[in-house]
Design a protein around this ligand. Sequence first.
Ligand code: FE
Ligand code: FE
Ligand code: FE
Ligand code: ZN
Length: 192
Amino acid sequence: MKIDSLKTLLEEELKDIYSAEKQLLKALPKMAKNVASEELKAALEEHIEVTQGQVERLEEVFELLGKPAKAKTCKAMQGLVEEASEIMEEDAEDAVLDAAIIGAAQKVEHYEIASYGTARTWARLCGEEEAADLLQETLDEEGEADKRLTYLAERFVNQEAEAENGSSNGSGKSSGSKKSSGKSGGSKARGR
Ligand code: FE
Ligand code: FE
Ligand code: FE
Ligand code: ZN
């Protein structure tokens, strides 16, 4: 097809994003199922709900532009989802797999942030204010999801560091206070 205007370009981008969100809607439950951390699971499950809303919001955007809601396979999201699946097939220690899944999820969020930021700007330039506002709403949600993942990732790193410091003598869950009870050989696999 001929992309003869910014408006056409916007419509094509929206088809790509629509596909991306739908792919993600299918991939997120599997990711949520594979994580050990309850907090991370909750964050991913909540993002399934949010993503469902984003799909509906995109349908509104198509309507505002007078176009049918159509998806055109987003190959980037296909790749991101594929990489997430690959890592989930590896035999990894719980916390490490959680870290990997956070990384995969953040790549997805960053891709979405770039896409929505672009589409929002194009919509504004085309004078499609209402559509631009809707795209901005989703952009904000993706930003929040990304921040939450960063927060969880940084906490995991801290937990790992703490495990390295030796909580290996059966003293149960750490209370959050620093203990330095000498050297330990390495971290034990954590229970759930
Ligand atoms: Fe999304
Ligand atoms: Fe794409
Ligand atoms: Fe890659
Ligand atoms: Zn997202």
